[in-house]
Design a protein around this ligand. Structure first.
Ligand code: PMP
Length: 288
């Protein structure tokens, strides 16, 4: 595997394309020490970034939630993302914009710090291995919980929120699972470590209310696709024991796309007609 800091090509940093290997920040950066960083993950299909405007708006909103403004307009960021994809000659890949507080202040308070923004893009086929996609992935419930909205900035795609996600995913992988299911602070089903979750129960789709985790752009897309197929989608609080009532379970995310789940702890699921329909509809939607 080629490390991400040692690749050739160009990426975008603070307003211009720079050599990939030269896109550096100082170790004394607030973003590194205090997690004052927000980012996006976007997919490129056939050279086009899917839902670019929504991702850029979410990036700006994530920054505002962390009490800073991006130093570029939405239009400038959209143009920069497209420029990076063109420069890197990406047909099917991934785009990673990230904004962070710089080095002007090294303390909890960082009112005067400058905001930086970088955008990189790279080739990236599927998040979970293709064979896993069809069979479904195995998941384990994590001991880590998603915090309430008065404990953490849960609606921001903030770097700091991924600390427990990484711990949860590491524990799951060490036990032979592909991902972790995270419950929320109330003990309700919330999401995976980087994707939202849907249950199919007797022909209807049930998905948790995103009141303490990211309301994914893919989640909203898949809800609309399901409703267009006249499949009922019910957003509600879901208890972990209800996993036992589900026939199909799936994850949605920019990277995960629509990924069937075959197992969560003692519960097993068989990816069926609704999952297949949503995979097909999502694939068609992103390549329209
Ligand atoms: N939850 C978390 C924690 C995520 O990291 C992601 C991926 N951004 C999602 C949900 C899904 O969001 P989206 O569909 O916008 O990629």
């Amino acid at each position: 595997m080629i490390p991400f800091n040692d690749r050739s090509g160009k990426m975008w940093l603070d307003g211009e394309l720079v050599e990939w290997r030269d896109a550096k920040l100082h170790v004394l950066s607030h973003g590194l020490h205090y997690a004052s960083a927000v980012f996006e993950g976007e997919r490129v299909y056939r050279g086009q970034i899917f839902k670019l405007a929504e991702h850029t708006e979410r990036l700006a909103q994530s920054a505002r939630i962390l009490d800073f403004e991006l130093p570029f307009s939405l239009e400038q960021i959209n143009a920069a993302c497209n420029e990076v994809v063109l420069a890197a000659e990406i047909t099917d890949g991934y785009v990673r914009p990230i904004a962070w507080r710089g080095s002007e202040m090294m303390g909890v308070s960082a009112q005067q710090s400058q905001i930086h923004l970088s955008i990189a893009a790279w080739e990236w086929p599927t998040y979970f291995a293709p064979e896993a996609r069809m069979k479904g992935i195995r998941m384990q419930t994590s001991k880590w919980r998603r915090p309430s909205s008065d404990t953490a900035p849960v609606h921001s795609k903030a770097a700091g929120l991924y600390m427990t996600g990484t711990l949860a995913k590491h524990a799951a992988e060490a036990a032979g699972y592909a991902d972790a299911l995270m419950l929320d602070y109330r003990g309700l089903v919330s999401e995976g470590t980087g994707a939202n979750i849907f249950l199919v129960i007797d022909g209807k789709i049930h998905t948790p209310i995103p009141d303490c985790f990211l309301d994914g752009i893919t989640r909203r897309t898949v809800i609309a696709l399901a409703r267009a197929r006249k499949i009922d989608v019910i957003e509600r609080h879901i208890e972990p024991c209800e996993l036992g009532n589900a026939q199909e379970v799936l994850l949605t995310g920019t990277a995960a796309e629509v990924t069937p789940v075959s197992e969560i702890d003692e519960h097993t699921f068989v990816p069926g007609l609704i999952t297949q329909q949503l995979i097909d509809d999502y694939d068609a939607e992103v390549r329209r």
